[in-house]
Design a protein around this ligand. Structure first.
Ligand code: SF4
Length: 415
């Protein structure tokens, strides 16, 4: 590993819980339904995080735990069974139903795996019922995707076919572009997990080579490995360098000749570097502080430091998987400070002491920091924006240069 300093911190946290990932998972798999087993607070979170989605036909809902359930006066398992059956009667098009645990369902110890098992027996394959936890006690927001994917893995059929499996939700257009690059390199059998339909799960076996698109899939990666797949070690496809090394790692693993890889990637790299220039001009020399939320913080810091010239004050990450993150940490400048976990008060003190030009943080912290004159960028935007791949590097940089430009406009005397 590079000379980065790795520290741990614990204390009060200020992060979204794993329920939030439903917002992008339900778009990815339109035939799936996510039923949050939680309180009114959980319902409000999902509705406000999903924003405009409540105007569309929703593919998520909440089985509200009422006070009677929470006080143990009702059998919450029976209540949940009833809610699920009503839902499936109303929505026969649902093919996969995820029961998503929350803080309240965990506190009152509803056994969602038992409920799912019983429903699967009763429903006889008409609908597949799965469960995972999105509870804020256990997860930060991107870990919800890790839990949902892990729940799907036992359903993946076995296969001896040689294939490249891209793992982690990507915007469809970005995914199409990346698959087309792999096809041009000569890797024809490329599949994605999660798939675009929950019922079309890719098969898996010893000839499956997994390329992670997102850094927050620790449990999923472990389970895929247990199924015999090989995890290709690479940085993540953010920025020109990360995306190039990511594609090259897959190409190496499939024995593709370097000259072929260079001939396809070099024009993309030149074009992307040119498109990055105006953003580098704005970002270069600016101080960046990343508070922990999405687990994307280390790849983002690597990109913003190495390709955009930003000075990294601190990289916070809610959880650090040293194996999956090794290739990223190796690329960081040697004096970087990475802090795993969170003590939000201490971190905010360090933010104020270091006077950064930009802070990447959760929505809850952004407003107070903006009120203090510190520019911010919401971490959650990174999981909704098409930022992966060589072509997207300038769009990714723009997410960070835009708040600085806005700050300049609002504070003309300070620029
Ligand atoms: Fe809040 Fe927990 Fe519900 Fe998330 S799961 S909205 S943290 S109560």
């Amino acid at each position: 590993m590079s000379g980065a300093t790795l520290l741990k911190e614990s204390g009060p946290k200020e992060v979204f819980c794993g329920l939030t990932s439903i917002v992008w998972l339900h778009r990815r798999m339109p035939d799936a339904f996510f039923l949050v087993v939680g309180s009114r607070t959980c319902a409000h979170l999902i509705q406000s995080a999903a924003g405009v989605m409540i105007f569309a036909e929703p593919r998520f809902g909440t089985a509200i735990l009422e006070e009677r359930d929470l006080a143990g006066l009702a059998d919450a398992h029976d209540e949940l069974n009833r809610v699920v059956k009503n839902l499936l009667a109303r929505r026969p098009e649902i093919k996969t139903l995820f029961l998503v645990g929350s803080c309240p369902s965990e506190v009152i110890k509803i056994d969602l795996s038992r409920v799912a098992e019983n429903l699967n027996i009763e429903l006889k394959g008409q609908v597949t019922v799965l469960n995972y936890s999105g509870s804020g006690i256990e997860t930060t927001f991107t870990q919800g995707e890790d839990g949902a994917l892990k729940a799907l893995i036992p359903l993946m059929p076995k296969s001896d076919q040689k294939k490249l499996l891209l793992v982690g939700t990507l915007a469809n257009a970005v995914e199409d572009r990346l698959v087309s690059i792999f096809n041009r390199l000569g890797i024809d059998n490329v599949e994605s997990f999660p798939p675009r339909q929950s019922t079309e799960l890719p098969s898996i076996g010893p000839e499956t080579k997994v390329l992670l698109t997102q850094p927050y899939l620790t449990d999923t990666a472990r389970e895929l490995k247990n199924k015999g797949a090989e995890i290709i070690e690479a940085p993540f496809p953010l920025g020109v360098t990360g995306s190039t090394l990511w594609i090259q790692a897959a190409a190496n693993s499939f024995g593709i000749d370097k000259s072929i890889v260079d001939s396809i990637l070099n024009p993309l790299i030149s074009r992307a570097k040119k498109a990055l220039e105006p953003h580098v001009e704005k970002l270069s020399g600016k101080k960046l502080f990343l508070l922990p939320e999405s687990q994307l913080e280390i790849p983002l810091a690597r990109f913003l430091s190495n390709e955009c010239g930003m000075e990294i004050v601190e990289i916070g990450t809610p959880y650090l998987n040293r194996d999956l993150m090794k290739a990223e940490i190796d690329l960081l400048p040697p004096d970087c400070r990475i802090v795993e976990g969170q003590h939000v008060e201490k971190q905010l003190d360090r933010v104020r002491d270091s006077s950064p030009d930009l802070v990447v943080c959760g929505m809850g912290l952004a407003n107070p920091l903006e009120a203090e004159g510190i520019s911010t960028k919401w971490s959650i935007e990174m999981v909704f924006s098409p930022i992966h791949g060589i072509d997207q590097a300038s769009d990714l940089a723009e997410l960070f240069s835009r708040p600085l430009r806005r700050h300049d406009i609002l504070n003309p005397t300070k620029t």
